[in-house]
Design a protein around this ligand. Structure first.
Ligand code: DON
Length: 575
């Protein structure tokens, strides 16, 4: 455990056991670590260890985030990536907070109706399971830009652990072996995917050494040439050849034109805490702040965790925020997203004018808010160091193992992020999310995301760093971790482990983990008129979300990996 103290409390242990029993799993996975010098929590304990070690060697949280980001592409291939994209919220020791958007972009030759047939119906699977599913990858540009601007170490140093893990291999953990086994059929149409993720067609077994030679070569080209090692030369050539092989759109011009974008965070406040989160092209920050604004008007602490009144207010906040998402959220470089209005506290009050205590709303009757016209498998990583730097980073290929297509010769998977666009107005995407013009496909536009990497500040200092995968459930997962800490006074382990629920306006239903509601709460919600309140496995691993988080304590930092999955938290060794 890298010298850090293991502080899993008995209460948390009970909670986790309860939760995992409920989810039908025999495994109990959880990591809670403490260090005075800094901590990393991510979906891969190997990637967390890489980040902690970089800090032990004198790097700051930004160096560590970039090192862990590259390592995740090797050790957690279903979501960690070179062929996908992500968002990073960065807090610097001098107090500045900035975000890096390295979301994928629609290729130059993408068109609004590219996933529709002649009858304007969606062609099933085209935006998720084909070479056409991939947006232009952003991760390599983003990680390098972040390192160059705010890191203290050279790229060669922070990328080396990832190279070593790919070249020399690592012992395949059980959870990933299981994932690979269950995906063999999905990989089977693609030679390179089979080469990387199977042994001549047979699944890799847990406990075996897992080598990724082509991936190590790609990483070495990046080490040598920086962004050019990916967006130009041999790697670019291999991507374009892969596109030609399967009728995809990404061209050399697309790759050359890709740039990460620095954006101001979305700012909010909640009961005296400041919230800094991701702006469009993610909907995460806007919706998180919107929901917090709505809920600030309720005595959530007084009502209590899991109480019918709390759940009712949260569901109604979620219904209204996701209704707005469908209409107004998209890439703000292409569409005038009315951000200021959406995150305004008075707007949140207006939006709750029709709220009734003890009575559920109807999504059919809850349209997007009336706004003035003029303005108009992911992985989350949280890092904090003892210098005042903190990083919330969510990265993704979209669905687990993205498009399932490995670039032949380059050893990395391509994303299927194009499914996050609204392929047709009001038609649900894979996560059931609907959208319209704001999120329609346009060349070079970024598809709308729900990723919500978030830093909560207390008295101006980083306090809680959180976020999650889980598609549409990301934003409500992040919301619940924050409420658990701020309103319910939970320690971080409890806040992350506590069971969750989710509503997203359409479909008009409440999905929940088995232990999220007592029978009494559920009955009361049904009596209020909430429809379709059902247990759901979530869109990610063993439950709703995977909120690997870190938090400041009076005497140091605590890191927690979500017990729903086999991630890991690592503390920086104290001596
Ligand atoms: O950006 C988004 O919102 C999605 N592509 C994230 C996908 C995700 O979280 C996958 N995990 N279930």
């Amino acid at each position: 455990m890298l010298g850090s103290k293991f502080v899993l409390s008995f209460r948390v242990f009970l909670l986790i056991t309860f939760l995992l029993q409920a989810l039908g799993s025999e495994k109990v996975w959880a990591d809670t670590v403490f260090s005075k010098k800094g901590v990393v929590a991510s979906r891969s304990s190997l990637a967390s260890a890489v980040g902690a070690k970089i800090m032990e060697q004198g790097g700051n949280a930004i160096d560590a985030a970039v090192a862990s980001g590259f390592a995740l592409a090797v050790t957690y291939p279903s979501a960690g990536n070179l062929g996908g994209g992500g968002f990073m919220v960065i807090r610097l020791a001098d107090g500045q907070i900035i975000t890096n958007d390295h979301r994928e972009k629609a290729p130059l030759s993408a068109t609004k109706d590219m996933y529709l047939d002649d009858n304007k119906e969606i062609i099933k699977g085209l935006s998720t399971r084909s070479h056409l599913a991939s947006g232009v990858p952003g991760t390599v540009a983003g990680l390098i830009d972040v390192l160059e601007k705010f890191g203290t170490m050279p790229l060669a140093k922070v990328i080396q652990p990832a190279i070593d893990l790919a070249k020399d291999g690592f012992i395949l953990p059980e959870d990933i072996a299981r994932q690979l086994e269950s995906r063999t059929k999905d990989f089977s149409p693609y030679r390179a995917s089979m080469e990387v993720f199977t042994k001549a067609g047979e699944p890799h077994k847990s406990g075996e050494l897992f080598l990724q030679t082509d991936l190590s070569r790609t990483l070495m080209r990046i080490r040598q040439l920086g962004k050019k090692g990916f967006y130009e030369g041999e790697t670019a050539e291999l991507i374009v050849q892969e596109m030609k092989r399967g009728g995809g759109l990404i061209s050399k011009e697309d790759l050359l034109a890709y740039e990460s974008v620095w954006r101001e965070p979305i700012w909010g406040s909640y009961r005296g805490f400041e919230i800094a989160s991701m702006p469009p092209p993610s909907s995460g920050g806007v919706l998180l702040v919107q929901m917090l604004n709505m809920l600030e008007n309720f005595d959530i602490a007084g009502l209590g965790f899991g109480a019918p009144g709390t759940a009712h207010a949260m569901i109604e906040a979620q219904r209204r925020a996701y209704a707005d998402r469908s209409e107004y959220l998209g890439d703000s470089d292409f569409y005038p997203v009315p951000i200021e209005k959406l995150i305004d506290k008075d707007y949140a009050k207006e939006r709750f004018n029709d709220f009734e205590v003890g009575k559920a709303g109807f999504s059919e009757a809850t349209g997007p808010g009336l706004l003035a016209k003029e303005s108009l498998e992911t992985a989350h990583l949280s890092i904090i160091d003892n210098l005042g730097n903190a990083v919330a980073y969510t990265t993704t290929l979209n669905l687990s193992y993205g498009s399932k297509i490995v670039v032949d010769g380059a050893g990395f998977l391509l994303n299927n992020e194009m499914d996050d666009f609204s392929a047709k107005e009001n038609e649900p995407n894979w996560f059931g999310l609907v959208g319209r013009k704001a999120n329609a496909i346009e060349p070079e536009k970024r598809m709308l995301s729900s990723m919500t990497p978030t830093i909560v500040l207390k008295d101006g200092e980083p306090f809680l760093v959180t976020g999650s995968p889980g598609g549409s459930t990301i934003i409500t997962t992040t919301l619940q971790v924050i409420l658990n800490v701020i309103d319910h006074g939970m320690n971080l382990s409890d806040a992350v482990a506590s069971p969750r629920f989710h509503h997203q306006w359409r479909p008009d239903r409440v999905i929940h983990e088995e232990t999220a509601f007592t029978t009494q709460t559920k009955n009361e919600l049904l009596q209020m008129g909430h429809r379709n309140v059902n247990i759901h496995p979530g869109y990610y691993g063993g439950g709703i979300g995977d909120a690997n988080s870190v938090m400041k304590l009076p005497d140091g930092y605590v890191g927690v990996s979500d017990p729903r999955n086999a991630g890991g938290a690592k503390g920086v060794r104290e001596n």
